[in-house]
Design a protein around this ligand. Sequence first.
Ligand code: ZN
Length: 398
Amino acid sequence: MNVISTTPSLSRGRRNLAFLVFLSSALCPPSSASAEEPYVRVAILQDAESARVTVEGPARLTDLDSGAGLADWPDLKWKLVESAGPGIKIGEAGFPSRAVLLTPAKNPVFRVNSRAYRGALILRRSSAGKLTVVNRLPLEEYLVGALTSETSPKWPMEALKAHAVVSRTMVAHRIWIRKNESFDVTADTSTHLYYGKAAERGRTRQAVEETQGQVLAYQGELFSATFHANCGGHTESAAELWQTKKEVEPLAGVVDPNCRDLRHYRWKMFLSHAEMARFLEPAARGAGELQGLEVLDRNASGRVREIRITGTEGEAVLTGRRLRELLGANRLRSLKFTVTPFVAGFSFSGFGWGHGVGFCQWGAYGMARRGKKMDEILSFYFPGAQRRKLPGLPGFVS
Ligand SMILES: [Zn+2]
């Protein structure tokens, strides 16, 4: 797989990507990075009562929608930010705008509560009258922090590079599909872990820089590439997990021997009858005292599709996904499990950690340890996808 520029035959994807660049650059302050580099908006606080913000050095406040200047500060030290009336209050100063952009003028590092971030800050009054805080920064800068939050900088470079391409694809796709939303990603595992500037490390930066602007495309378009810790031997079909009608070839699922016996490959968990009853209560009301759990159906990757809960008064059938929501994704680590009843409770034994779609982090680690290159890793986990340059980034050839 080689890096190639987009061609006229990829016109639809090209228009999408071109719009993505337009969208991002339209929001860029002129002082930040390349005018064409996409920006990502990371929600770091949602519906918060307030936040403490610090900018070392001068900072400018503008209305996010109109771009009109609202205030200039020589510096901002631990100012309390909260929603007030129709707008936002910063320290003692109130602003009627529903969303404002706070841009450090010189030093691009600022703090929200005690954590350091780069770029600029969007402060928005939420519909619930609370505060949403979004860090807006160039995509490549974001990836350096995000990749270190998700991996170890000690990993083989080819695995880190492959992960950088996958993360960039996932985030670029979200920037595109969420263009009318107030943020692109959250800072937790629901999209991509991001601990801000503190998470930056040298080797992770190297992996991001060596793959600068490179994404995966299928039939010339971005797709929702994603990743998980360990697939337990078979990656999951995206159509199966997200219940979509159409299967996208690179996300259809593959047999994966690469993560076998590496970290998070196997897990065991025991829950007492009382614990199970408490977790399942929202879905099994009226079923009486819990007596049994029975897997009814598994999909092609071996994951549980449906499970029956039997109680003294009745029964309920749940999807595997709902069961994982109820028990907790870190407790029921995957849907590739078997369950055995005991007198004291239920014993679960399973494979893998995570939803299982796309890139298996520990499988990629295993491949790189055996000398596989980035493109071999990407081709294995995303069959049919090609590595391309995202338009608007340095090195892109139109
Ligand atoms: Zn795997």
